[in-house]
Ligand binder design. Structure first.
Ligand SMILES: Cc1cc2nc3c(=O)[nH]c(=O)nc-3n(C[C@H](O)[C@H](O)[C@H](O)COP(=O)(O)OP(=O)(O)OC[C@H]3O[C@@H](n4cnc5c(N)ncnc54)[C@H](O)[C@@H]3O)c2cc1C
Length: 283
């Protein structure tokens, strides 16, 4: 069997509205967005799919408070190129570039699908956490609930979604549109899946956020009210309790390179050249 064949699937639901969607989900159908993760690996437990793209959610909408609502079904490419995301485009580009095969899946894979796939190397997850996004989740009773993006992915392959729920959108606060960002990635080989991704954000008021993904099983967010010294930030990152262990790198190596990345990210954000940034993205 080819890895891209979903040979157990016997039905594809094409919902026309929310009732159809939840009915299919509660009957056991699996949400299908871009399909790049679903078709990329063997999934032998799937019996039916429900195509979220049929719901035709608007890709990006402005919010009254100046923030943005990005549909879970917006592709990475659309999220990147949309006029409303222009203030964060350089950051989104750097973050999405951390995906293995990056631009090849940007026009098919969705931002929401990246969070829902819940891979440790989920660069869309890293971006959402760094932006301080909130996940808008549709519940089967017709309501909605909100979860910070940083709490959406719980463990590799595990999200906070309950049966019948679907990720509807990411809400990006207005404050995210005026911040500075920096990204550092390490992988065992340049074109390999990310082993460590550290993303950073500096708000105009001085609040600093570092997000560690890929090196850890689920996103880790560190915040300071004022920008930390680069070596203090590196020590804080290295002090995280749990490091991911898979063929993309040994936990102790991931801890080491994430610390180097934290140094470089804080240096980029603050202009502190006491510790020169590591420009080499892979090693
Ligand atoms: C060559 C290649 C390289 C890749 N590299 C990476 C990588 O480096 N890092 C990485 O994280 N991923 C990677 N992927 C996996 C995948 O492409 C991305 O995670 C992508 O963003 C998934 O989006 P999608 O729309 O294709 O999701 P799909 O494949 O459609 O769905 C992914 C999962 O999320 C669920 N889902 C999707 N949307 C929703 C929703 N709105 N609500 C509830 N559940 C939903 C699906 O049921 C499924 O379980 C790679 C894939 C390929 C083919």
């Amino acid at each position: 069997m080819s890895a891209v064949d979903l040979v157990t699937v016997t039905a594809l639901h094409r919902p026309t509205g929310r009732d159809d969607l939840h009915a299919a989900l509660l009957a056991g159908a699996t949400p299908l967005a871009g399909g790049t993760a679903l078709h990329g690996e063997r999934h032998e437990h799937l019996g039916a799919l429900v195509d979220l793209l049929d719901l035709r959610w608007p890709d990006v909408e402005p919010l009254p408070d100046g923030g943005l609502r990005v549909a879970a079904t917006a592709t990475l490419r659309t999220a990147l190129d949309h006029p409303l995301t222009a203030p964060i485009r350089p950051f989104l580009h750097d973050a999405f570039s951390c995906l293995l095969a990056s631009w090849k899946i940007w026009s098919r894979g969705t931002w929401g699908g990246n969070l829902c796939a819940a891979l440790p190397a989920g660069a869309g997850t890293a971006a959402a956490c760094t932006l301080g996004a909130v996940a808008e989740i549709w519940t089967p009773d017709g309501g909605a609930r909100e979860v910070p993006a940083a709490q959406f992915v719980r463990a590799p392959g595990v999200t906070c979604l309950a049966p019948g729920e679907v990720l509807r959108a990411l809400r990006i606060p207005a404050s995210a549109l005026t911040a500075r960002y920096a990204v550092r990635r390490h992988s065992l080989v340049p074109s390999g899946r990310s082993s460590s991704v550290v993303t950073g954000r500096l708000d105009p008021g001085g609040r600093c956020t570092l997000v560690v993904t890929a090196a850890v099983p689920a996103p880790q967010v560190l915040t300071w009210d004022r920008p930390p010294m680069a070596d203090a930030a590196a020590a804080a990152v290295r002090g995280l309790p749990l490091w991911h262990d898979d063929p993309q790198g040994h936990p102790s190596w991931r801890r080491h390179v994430a610390g180097i990345a934290a140094l470089a990210v804080v240096t980029d954000l603050t202009g502190d050249t006491t510790h020169p940034p590591t420009r080499e993205a892979s090693c």
